[in-house]
Design a protein. Structure first.
Length: 84
C-alpha cells in the first residue's frame, strides 16, 4: 500500500478533490461476477462516467496492461475523453 500511496501523491491531478479506488471499493476476493457481468455497467465504469480524471497507478511487479480489466478501464477513459 505504501507504493500505491507514493505514486498517487506524486501523480495527483491539480484541483482534484476526491478519489474512487476500485481495489479498495470492490471486494476483490469475493465472487464479484454479478458486479462485472456487464462491464459497461460495472461499479468502475459507473464511477468513471462521472469522473473528470482517471489515475493509472502501476506497481513494480509488472505492467497493469497485461490484465484485461485494466485495458478495458483505459479504453473507457479514452473513449469518454477523460484526462488520464
Amino acid at each position: 500500500i505504501f507504493e500505491f500511496v507514493d505514486k498517487v501523491l506524486a501523480s495527483w491531478p491539480r484541483g482534484a478533490k476526491n478519489a474512487w479506488c476500485c481495489m479498495l471499493a470492490i471486494p476483490q476476493n469475493l465472487r464479484i461476477a454479478e458486479l462485472i457481468s456487464t462491464p459497461s455497467a460495472s461499479p468502475f465504469a459507473r464511477a468513471l462516467a462521472f469522473a473528470p480524471y482517471m489515475l493509472v497507478v502501476p506497481n513494480h511487479s509488472g505492467s497493469i496492461y497485461t490484465r484485461l480489466w485494466c485495458v478495458y478501464e483505459a479504453f473507457l477513459a479514452y473513449q469518454w475523453d477523460k484526462v488520464v
